[in-house]
Design a protein around this ligand. Structure first.
Ligand code: AMP
Ligand code: MN
Length: 322
């Protein structure tokens, strides 16, 4: 796929990513934004995202993001619109902008979006991150430190700092090129990935303290309800990283963490070993993701949700085939 060719005749270009944007979503959207602005300084390029966590404000272009609410922004149809790190129905209020655009492009690495939803699709489920895919599409001589910082942050977040099995030799080769631009990568990793606010650590502590082992210790589950979130004054942006920490519990093949977004409506995150295909479980409930990391929204009490999920997790564990 050639981004320069696709956007050549366009005057207005839009970019968006999935709801509750994570590091890869923000990094790939802003990396692409900076690249397009460099390729075509005179074109109008707009990024639409739900409000990202403030840690990502170190990425150039962060202040240009148009923050999405519930309503679709009033915009004339874009000539080209990019859906990043997402399928169409996870773009939130930007979905309509994508649908109305004259030409659509989908860049993603989610197995649950294997076919793509654009006129042009660049979908590689085996890629570590959408940011790695954007790196592949950036012309080498156009890469600079600002673009590199955005993409490096995206890769770091989706690979858990190059720890997860989605990290491939070419991921590290991309990272090497990105570091070569002179970015202050230790600071970017520390400040966007490891550092937590006091309340983020407190809520993570609560989730760990209240985690329960089920299925003979092969699955660990935890949840935080809305009341507790309000008590600590945390929002969904503060919950990043909790499920990965819970998954570190020795002997488990599956970690489930959920937090209440509205009364009896939970955002559910799954992290698994090779014994359980997380995307297959999440897809049953309208969600998706990757083999080892996936998510979905579910209704009911904590116990309803766990009961509904565990049937399918247990089935896979007993089957021995993920
Ligand atoms: P999370 O548990 O939200 O950190 O998500 C883990 C992975 O699954 C990420 O790659 C997400 O983009 C993806 N994911 C989470 N929720 C959904 C969903 N409802 N539909 C599709 N993919 C999802
Ligand atoms: Mn991603």
């Amino acid at each position: 796929m050639n981004i320069r060719e696709i956007c050549k005749g366009a005057d207005r270009i839009g970019i968006s990513g999935h709801v509750r944007p994570d590091g890869d979503c923000v990094g790939s959207c802003l990396g692409l934004f900076l690249y397009l602005k460099k390729l075509f300084p005179k074109k109008e390029v707009k990024v639409f995202l739900e409000e990202p966590a403030h840690i990502f404000s170190c990425i150039k272009g962060f202040d240009n993001i148009v923050i999405l609410g519930e309503e679709t922004p009033a915009e004339a149809p874009f000539d080209v619109f990019f859906a990043m790190d997402s399928r169409m129905d996870r773009l939130g209020a930007a979905e309509a902008l994508f649908k109305e655009a004259k030409k659509t492009v989908n860049i993603d690495h989610h197995i649950s979006n294997a076919r793509g939803c654009g006129d042009h699709n660049y979908i590689f489920p085996e890629a570590s991150s959408t940011s790695e895919l954007v790196y592949e599409l950036v012309e080498e001589e156009m890469l600079d430190a600002d673009i590199a910082a955005a993409l490096y942050i995206g890769i770091v977040h989706d690979t858990g700092v190059f720890r997860y099995s989605c990290t491939a030799p070419k991921t590290l080769m991309a990272a090497a090129k990105l570091i070569g631009t002179g970015i202050d990568f230790p600071r970017l990793v520390e400040e966007t990935f490891f550092e937590k606010t006091y309340v983020q650590n407190q809520i993570m502590g609560r989730a760990l303290l209240e985690s329960i082992l089920i299925m003979d210790g092969r699955c660990v589950v935890s949840h935080i309800d809305k009341r507790t979130m309000d008590f600590y004054q945390v929002t969904s942006k503060d919950m990043e990283g909790i499920v990965s920490q819970i998954k570190l519990t020795k002997g488990t093949d599956c970690a489930v963490f959920m937090y209440e977004v509205k009364s009896l409506e939970y955002k559910v995150s799954l992290r698994t070993t090779e014994k359980v295909n997380a995307a297959r479980v999440a897809e049953l409930f309208g969600g998706g993701g990757h083999a080892r990391a996936a998510g979905c929204m579910m209704n009911g009490t904590f116990h309803d949700v766990i009961n509904n999920l565990t049937v399918h997790i247990e089935e896979q564990l007993e089957d021995g085939r993920a």
